[in-house]
Design a protein. Structure first.
Length: 133
């Protein structure tokens, strides 16, 4: 699966990577996949921002009941993605201070490179566990 992601991203990014560009990635796992592609363009000033919007660990817990093997695989992948995030990204964007603390506690990313960009919701937004599941 990661090979397919890599090949797809390599093709798409080939036309997007230009000098002084920023790649905004919507998950920490993509950073590891995109890193080798960005390294091929070392001569260009390419920055990678990993946008983390939630704890993949908590999301992975859903699999524990239904598929313990898949749960262990996803959990291992998640831990490795966080462990090596500092190698594969230039900056990290989080949606809350709590998530920033979560990332800093589980990674070696320099705190100066982790930013909080709060997401806004409409006044009528109501969080519903039922809708989420």
């Amino acid at each position: 699966y990661k090979t397919i992601q890599y090949l797809t991203l390599k093709k798409k990014l080939s036309s997007l990577i230009v000098d002084n560009c920023v790649l905004h990635l919507r998950t920490e796992s993509l950073s590891k996949i995109v890193y080798p592609i960005v390294q091929k363009h070392k001569d260009l000033n390419v920055k990678v921002v990993s946008d983390i919007r939630g704890s993949v660990y908590e999301e992975t817990l859903v699999y524990k009941k239904f598929n313990p093997i898949l749960f262990k695989l996803k959990l291992s992948t998640h831990k490795n993605n966080l462990k090596y995030l500092y190698k594969f990204t230039d900056f990290v964007s989080c949606v809350s201070n709590e998530l920033k603390e979560y990332v800093l506690a589980r990674t070696q990313v320099d705190a100066k490179k982790v930013y909080v960009n709060h997401c806004l919701a409409a006044d009528n937004f109501i969080y519903s566990e039922e809708v989420r599941n």
